[in-house]
Design a binder for this molecule. Sequence first.
Ligand code: SF4
Length: 102
Amino acid sequence: MAGLKTAKVKKKDEIKGKIYCANCIHCKLVRDPAGSIGQYYLRVRCEAGKWRKKLGEEKVYKYFTVARRSTECCDAYEPMGDPKEFMKELKKTLPIKDEAYR
Ligand code: SF4
């Protein structure tokens, strides 16, 4: 019985689990030109076109916020690996604020 109970809890957790866009093949890193020549900011976009503003325009997000992009379900989600491991490693390398690169 104890084993059965554990299995139920695990199943419930899997259903409750959310999808992290950063772990999806359609989440792409792109460069957004900054004011100075040769400088750019990093942005992320959903190549499957799922991120939209209210009026239908595409929405892009600042790269340093990518770990916050999540959804409960997505019909285009294609995971690139184990979400827990992926997110753990990603968080170690993400910048803490929006930065301009050259
Ligand atoms: S396809 Fe879905 S899961 Fe993948 S990045 Fe776009 S919104 Fe996120």
